[in-house]
Design a protein around this ligand. Structure first.
Ligand SMILES: Cc1ncc(COP(=O)(O)O)c(C=O)c1O
Length: 474
């Protein structure tokens, strides 16, 4: 009848050898990622072969393909989890998260609904509850794990729109962001149906934080024009410079004007887990929703973000689904697939759970504080190096600075500075980002890795300086 051999079945020795190779590779990375180059491009021919190669009619040996995956495919990349990867928002992943990722993948729970995976569901609910408490959100707050900050921002914007605007009023709704808000917020607003004329970009103060006075004036003007202000998006930890908007003042305005307050804490909300730093988030407890990424400053692999909501029934009002084929699969109340846009969902919380259980809160707090200290060390080193100036001081693990030696025209200084960052990357030592602050070019160090040292930072600035001077001929 159907007793064909399984196409998945492999000789146990072959499978075991392949898994052992993976384990050896993973353990070598766990022992220290600092000895890897921070980025490697791979050979052009090998990449070309990958791009043009199809799928073979007859399968290839597992060991051979696994080696190709490890040595060719995965070798050609920036190692955003390297201790000296300071560009972008780095991803200082804990090896414990890898372990949970592998286990979760092997068991592959379906976490659309609790009934399909009660254990993983309990972990996700517990973590959401605990993270909401860490932010000071009230009992009853809820939410879910999503793929990252962009998705959390999108789901929050949709929930805000549905909570605050009747369908016939959507065309008059106005949302407020700042010049420093992450691009995913404007994209979320557009996906949610807002036109450019419905998005106000509020100015920022000298520290690049949303200006509450300017915001209040914009809201008043919009109301006077017959429009409907409905959503305020504040940032807790801006991507570019690590600024935290004045959350208490903004919460006050949102409360007085009946706006939904969404805080984009994708980057910065993790500091709530440091007793020494959580005060910087004062006011976040008044948010209606918060985006928070664990694949940034909570040591997880990509695809791990959280959306927290003061009133999770608002998420269910926007995303709840009903279908005959789901009738016997869900619980009585709203289930995970009712709280966000995904139906089939992986159990993203398990790796964060394992990591937090193994590290413990004290170590997590200390690891986060280490990021603050690294950026402060970078600020000190740049200040102490002639020819360099600080664009924005160290905050939340981020510092921006620029090469501006006396007598060198700005265009030449920019060329030297960018060239220096390129050389630093090319030699495999460190990755530093290029950005603009107040429209002026700058370099950016975002230092979050618990295994990065002050010596790494000092050496990075010293190499940048040597490269920049060489390029500028100084
Ligand atoms: C403040 C902020 N919000 C949102 C995002 C988007 O998050 P993700 O890349 O996880 O979608 C980022 C990413 O860097 C961010 O820094």
């Amino acid at each position: 009848m159907f007793d064909r051999p399984s196409p998945f079945r492999l000789d146990p020795r072959t499978l075991s050898a392949a898994f052992n190779g993976v384990v050896a590779d993973v353990l070598a990375r766990a022992a220290g990622r600092a000895s890897e180059p921070v980025a490697s491009a791979g050979s052009l021919e090998a990449l070309e072969r990958l791009v043009t190669g199809g799928v073979p009619a007859a399968g290839r040996p597992l060991g051979e393909v696994a080696d190709e995956l490890r040595n060719v495919v995965l070798a050609a990349r920036a190692r955003t989890d390297h201790p000296r990867f300071f560009a972008f928002v780095p991803s200082p992943v804990s090896p414990v998260a890898w372990l949970a990722d592998a286990l979760t993948s092997a068991h592959n729970p379906h976490l659309g609904a609790s009934r399909q995976a009660e254990g993983p569901a309990a972990v996700e609910r517990a973590l959401i509850r605990w993270l909401a408490q860490a932010l000071g959100l009230p009992e009853g707050a809820g939410g879910l794990f999503v793929s990252g900050g962009s998705m959390a921002n999108l789901a929050a914007v949709v929930a805000a729109r549905d909570a605050k605007l009747a369908p016939q009023a959507r065309g008059d709704g106005v949302a407020y962001v700042s010049t420093e808000s992450h691009v995913s917020v404007a994209r979320a607003l557009r996906i949610a149906g807002l036109l450019d004329r419905q998005i106000r970009v509020t100015p920022v103060d000298a520290a690049l934080r949303m200006d509450p006075h300017a915001l209040a004036a914009q809201i008043a003007a919009d109301r006077a024009a017959g429009l409907r202000p409905f959503l305020l998006v504040a940032t807790a930890g801006s991507t570019n410079v690590g600024a935290v908007d004045p959350l208490s003042a903004l919460a006050e305005i949102a409360a007085c004007d009946d706006l939904w307050l969404h805080v984009d804490g994708a980057y910065g909300a993790s500091i709530a887990l440091s007793p020494a730093k959580r005060g910087l988030l004062a006011g976040i407890e008044r948010a209606d929703s918060v985006a928070w990424d664990a694949h940034k400053w909570l040591f997880q692999t990509y695809g791990t973000g959280m959306l927290l909501a003061r009133d999770p029934s608002r998420l269910a009002a926007s995303f709840g689904v009903e279908a005959a084929y789901l009738d016997d699969a869900g619980s009585d109340g709203p289930d995970f697939w009712d709280l966000g846009p995904e139906l089939t969902r992986p159990a993203r919380a398990l790796k964060l759970w394992l990591t937090l259980q193994v590290m413990g809160l004290e170590a997590v707090g200390a690891a986060i504080e280490h990021g603050f200290r690294l950026a402060e060390a970078a600020e000190r080193a740049a200040r102490a190096t002639p020819g360099w100036e600080i664009a924005t001081p160290a905050q939340l693990g981020v510092v921006t600075f620029r090469y501006a030696p006396e007598g060198l025209p700005p265009a030449a200084a920019e060329k030297a500075m960018r060239g220096a960052a390129d050389l630093l990357l090319a030699e495999g030592f460190a990755a530093v980002g290029a950005t603009r602050v107040n429209g002026r070019p700058a370099l950016r160090i975002c230092a979050l890795h618990p295994e990065a040292t002050e010596a790494d930072i000092v050496e990075t600035i010293a190499r940048l300086d040597a490269h920049a001077r060489m390029i500028a001929g100084m």
